[in-house]
Design a protein around this ligand. Structure first.
Ligand code: T4K
Length: 370
């Protein structure tokens, strides 16, 4: 049997992509905000139901430069360690200090009830993560941000196409970053975007991703290069045509997993959140060894023996990374620590067949009996 990996990139029919990139050959215009870039920008504003969007070479640069565009001049940023390296690195690379807030037991997002106690006179922003596509407590976060005059930038890398109370998830906070990496629900090969409210902020962001250039003769910002190119944009245009179908297929896979693994003592499934239109980005399970009988690692190994490769997203926590040299105390985030030791993200992609899902579930259930 072929390997089953944790995910597999969604791709449009090859002919469709070839047709989409043919005009790039005719025009010789490969990057720097070309026609495909413009077309995708408008299509995404519509699809994501957001006021403005700026496309980037990848999600990480989108987040890093969005933080930079806020001109925060140092200070503390409240965030969570239960995320991919990118979130914490983006804060640190901006010369800001992450202050780690714990996560909620049920949806693994930042525990908004614990934010206020972490606010000091140095706090400048909150960077919550819609982890696995689970939506943060956006209303509570907005209230706190208003009360203390803090900026909010969501790491919405996993939340493409989701809505909360029928509003595009990218329209909350001052800005939201989406990742369009190959492993995401929607991909532009590599890629990302920032959705934002304020046009002035958009202008800063634009200059930051294009060397700080204002015009041919004036460079008044110390910018980077983080532009999305035309081939990436063309991939996005193609993938966007199929996105609803992709998400519907993912939903079927998730429902099959849920049916097979429901009511298993010691296995907790991801939440289905009220008021949220989900994109079914990930399928994390949390294994309580004392009840289930074996550890998360043992389940992962049992799957591995059958050529099935789950992942421990997100272990280890970012506040334990070697590059941070013990600056942070992991005991400040006990729920995140507990979940990171127990979580396993199972294979999930649109074309994963039901037979494979059943096989994966059987191996998991069998491993619990050993
Ligand atoms: N914030 C959060 C919360 C994030 O999760 C991420 C990225 C970011 C920010 C930053 O966004 P980007 O700058 O990446 O746009 C993967 C992805 O590379 C990363 O984008 C993602 N989060 C993270 C959760 O997962 P790895 O190191 O696990 O990737 P890798 O190469 O092991 O791939 C995982 C599986 O995906 C493979 O086993 C097979 C499949 N795959 C992979 C690639 C590269 C494909 O099917 N096609 C491919 O092209 O990080």
């Amino acid at each position: 049997m072929d390997k089953i990996l944790v995910t597999r990139s969604s791709m449009p029919p090859m002919e469709e992509y070839i047709e989409e990139i043919a005009p790039i050959w005719d025009s010789h215009w490969l990057t720097n905000m070309g026609q495909k870039h413009e077309e995708l920008t408008h299509a995404l504003e519509d699809y994501l139901d957001v006021p403005h969007i700026s496309l980037f070479s990848n999600g990480h640069m989108a987040l890093e430069l969005a933080l930079q565009a806020l001109s925060l001049q140092g200070g503390e940023v409240i965030t969570t360690p239960f995320t991919f390296a990118s979130t914490t690195h983006a804060i640190v690379r901006n010369g800001l200090t992450p202050v780690f807030c714990d996560i909620r037991e049920d949806d693994y997002t930042i525990d908004a009830d614990k934010i206020e106690s972490l606010i000091t006179d140095r706090t400048v922003a909150i960077v919550p993560v819609h982890v696995y596509g689970n939506v943060c407590q956006v209303e509570k976060i907005e209230k706190i941000a208003k009360k203390y005059g803090l900026k909010v930038i969501y790491d919405a890398a996993h939340a493409f196409g989701e809505t909360y109370k029928n509003k595009g998830i990218g329209s909350f906070g001052d800005a939201s970053m989406f990742s369009f990496h190959a492993t995401k629900v929607f991909n532009t090969i590599e890629g990302g975007a920032v959705c934002f409210q304020d046009e002035e902020f958009g202008l800063k962001l634009f200059r930051l991703k294009n060397f700080g250039i204002r015009n041919e003769e004036v460079v008044d910002g110390v910018g980077a290069n983080a532009k999305m190119n035309e081939f990436q944009a063309a991939m996005g245009i193609c993938n966007l045509r199929h996105i609803d179908e992709e998400i519907a297929k993912r939903e079927k896979v998730v429902m099959r997993y849920r049916e097979n693994l429901k009511d298993v003592p010691g296995i907790r499934l991801n939440v289905l959140q009220e008021d949220v239109k989900s994109n079914y980005a990930y399928f994390p399970i949390v294994i309580d060894e004392k009840v289930f009988g074996v550890t998360r690692n043992e389940v992962s190994e049992a799957l591995g023996k059958e050529n099935i490769f789950s992942r421990k997203y997100f272990y280890p926590l970012t506040n334990t990374f070697a590059c941070y040299n013990g600056q942070f105390d992991v005991n400040d985030t006990p729920v995140a620590l507990k979940i990171s030791k127990r979580v396993l993200t199972l294979p999930l992609y649109a074309d994963l067949d039901m037979e494979s899902v059943d096989k994966i579930c059987n191996i998991i259930l069998q491993s619990g009996k050993n």
